[in-house]
Design a protein around this ligand. Structure first.
Ligand SMILES: NC(=O)c1ccc[n+]([C@@H]2O[C@H](COP(=O)([O-])OP(=O)(O)OC[C@H]3O[C@@H](n4cnc5c(N)ncnc54)[C@H](OP(=O)(O)O)[C@@H]3O)[C@@H](O)[C@H]2O)c1
Length: 228
């Protein structure tokens, strides 16, 4: 089940060599394998995947455990219910603090939210300007106090974030285009995720609090795809 967020793989190669020196090399080939057996029942796969995550992250618990996405692109299936129940069990056991769901449609989110006993705390979606920056899901999240995490804000929206409106705002405030986009994302209630690996970009992205967009500027960015 390649549905779990495996982002710890990204940091894993950095931490273990520091902690274990040369022993890491031996383990590396094992870690290339899937952290679960996809012939096993889904709830067992969750346990296997989770155990692997704890090992990679060198931790005893995980703050936010995010399901990478529903099994099918439409609707929720028995696989999804079984997986979510297994994830809930990890919360009951005190091994996970918060659950999340990613790559989800509004219909799927509404259905999940209605049925499960432990609701998602985080909703993590690729955020497209073309659908008003995932407005339907953002509105649902706001109504139910869920935290919306937007990703690919820059990479998925190149045709829009390079338009004169955004360039003019960057010039007006003396900021970069990514800073304008991340400021906008925070202003509309999002927790923006960034994929940068550049320390300067990280630093710039963390310094957004010394400027404010006006309400009208925010509205124009939110509706930017409708003006084209
Ligand atoms: N749930 C999922 O299915 C899923 C899927 C994909 C990603 N994600 C998450 O979303 C996060 C964002 O991923 P993304 O790659 O789509 O991110 P993104 O923030 O849209 O794009 C990052 C790209 O923009 C460039 N960039 C230029 N200036 C930047 C600036 N000031 N700040 C940030 N980036 C700048 C980066 O290059 P430089 O490195 O040179 O800055 C990088 O190539 C990832 O870290 C991951 O955790 C989740």
């Amino acid at each position: 089940m390649a549905q779990f967020e495996q982002s710890e793989r990204v940091i894993n190669p950095i931490i273990p060599p520091f902690l274990y020196g040369t022993a890491w090399k031996e383990e590396q080939s094992q870690d290339e394998r899937k952290p679960y057996n996809d012939q096993d029942p889904f709830k067992i796969q969750v346990t296997q995947s989770f155990t692997s995550s704890l090992k990679h992250l060198q931790t005893a618990y995980i703050d936010s455990y995010v399901l990478h996405g529903p099994y099918y692109s439409k609707g929720l299936s028995s696989a999804d219910w079984e997986v979510w129940e297994a994830m809930e069990q990890l919360v009951h056991e005190g091994r996970v603090r918060f659950l999340g769901i990613s790559n989800v449609s509004l219909d799927q989110l509404v259905e999940l939210y209605k049925e499960v006993s432990i609701k998602p705390t985080f909703v993590q979606n690729r955020c497209f300007a073309i659908n008003q920056w995932d407005k339907g899901i953002r509105d649902f999240c706001a109504e139910h106090q869920l935290i919306y995490q937007g990703f690919s804000l820059l990479t998925a929206n190149q045709p829009y974030i390079t338009l004169p409106l955004i360039q003019a705002l960057a010039t007006k405030y003396g900021k970069t285009i990514p800073q304008v986009i991340f400021r906008f994302a925070k202003d509309i209630g999002m927790l923006p995720l960034t994929g940068t690996t550049n320390p300067q970009h990280m630093d710039e992205d963390l310094h957004l609090d010394d400027f404010q967009l006006t309400g009208e500027e925010r509205r124009q960015i939110e509706l930017i795809s409708l003006k084209q």
